[in-house]
Design a binder for this molecule. Sequence first.
Ligand code: M6R
Length: 608
Amino acid sequence: MCGIIAAASTRNVGKLLVQGLHKMEYRGYDSAGIALHQENSIAHLRSVGKVQLLEEKMIEEKPKSKLGIAHTRWATHGEPSEANAHPHKSKESVYIVHNGIIENYVELKESLIAKGYDFTSQTDSELIAHLLDFFINKGNSMIEAMYLAKEKLDGAYAIAAIDLKDNSNLVVARNKSPLLIGLGTDEMFAASDPLAIAQLTNDFIFLEDGDVASISAEEYKIYDSSKAEVTRDVTHIDISSQATSKGDFRHFMEKEIYEQPEAVSSTIDGRIGGEDVLDNIFGLGSSDLFSKVERIQIVACGTSLHAGRVAANWFSSIAELPCQIDYASEYRYRNPHVDKNSLLITISQSGETADTLAALNYAREKDYLASLTICNVPTSSLARESDFSLFTNAGPEIGVASTKAFTTQLAGLMLLALSLAKSRNLNPLLRGRIIKALRLLPETIAEALLCKEKMIEIAPSIANKDNALFLGRGIFYPIAKEGALKLKEISYIHAEAYPAGELKHGPLALIDENMPVIALAPESEIAEKLISNLEEVKARGGTLYVFADPSVNMDVKAGHLIHMPKCDFFMTPIVYNIPLQILSYEVALLRGTDIDQPRNLAKSVTVE
Ligand code: M6R
């Protein structure tokens, strides 16, 4: 989704702003732009499509500047076009970039038009430039104008602005949309994503909602919502360039798939000991709190929600706790009843997903025992706003399609199921068995990754289809859903998932020779029933791709039976997901899609 980078420096900033935009490309965007202060004018360049095109314009025009703002836009209001791309300007003087959505933009736009302002875009963002210009022209400083503008704005925003009348300061503001300041030597930066400036500094200040800041090459000043100057902590983060480059892999998604054994080790390391999970790994006091929990509510989106669906099963079978799970975007609209001693769990790779954050904020008003997040980004809003947390330590995930984040979320959620069981004095033998299996998990995942050749062999027979059906039963239904999501988001093949028993209640009508049916058949008490369901598919000409325990043997006719590594049943959802990721990747590769940045999608969905 949209990305902001801004810089005030004693050197030229054009190139480093564009480099920062490149670093944010993974987030998903459709246009890019830059505004550079040049003493008597502001150079303003925008382009539709890749940042590369903006870079070409920069090479042609060679603007020199020590103060600038830049942006990648993911269209919300108005199509992807040069006119709608950021930065937006007011009267060649005030230039802004904005992430988020201004909810009352229609009425604000009308009042600004009435005051004589011309609008050249269809966006909700342009009015911010006009509002700032209006207040600056009334004699206010940029900071004062930003506060006055904020009083008018409803919605979520991160804003960076420059004014022709000031060649050394930029002003930023944050409300419900991430924004941080990066501290350099003789230069300062602002960005919506630390990765944008990770090559320039390791020292970051994460702004809080309501904050406004002025930034020059030499200093920064932060003011809170009451306009008082405040000090915010400096966080040192060393994001290695290795973590943010593809290395020898063709795509970040491919790299991230093959990083999974190591990523899962990082999730587990230091959190288990002997035959049990260690105490308080979710934060001081978490083990005590867990002994009081009587019910669980999970909210999350997309892949993270699928991890939650698997975990709901574990909470029930290992910790003997009932669990309700909701799409974060739906949760607060169903007027949820909260039972006493309920624990709220959010799951998110980015920790910035607007719907998940909104659900957490809504839940805060309810009577939850506490909130806990399973998250990959320790500096994210979700991490800061939750009472307890466990960071998955997967390292930056750049591919839009979530892979290692999902696998490590599952490992983290298993640690949570074990911790809840331990605090409730339940199932010590089972806990010991699962801990043993968790220790073996990185190795088992490495073994599952060896199915690559087989996936390359079967990918062509799926790549030439328009649809695919994924089947799983029980805890494998969410894995089937995740498999379908992966295939559709990166290959653009329409894919759906069903619990296999539901087939004959409707979807069986879809089966013919053009419908690949991908089924998950681990050894379980319902494996035989699943195999009967698959016989029904075979009898109707569907091509089967069955991922199964080595003990499962069936005649798949012209289809494929792929035997998976043997592992403890509790690890199987994690392990069976691996070939589905590789299959989607290989299919997408054959279809020539933009795998790391699939069309229309964004990595971090920061608007509701
Ligand atoms: O950062 P989050 O985990 O909160 O993101 C939630 C979803 O947007 C995300 O999982 C999405 O579904 C993935 N790109 C799918 O691969």
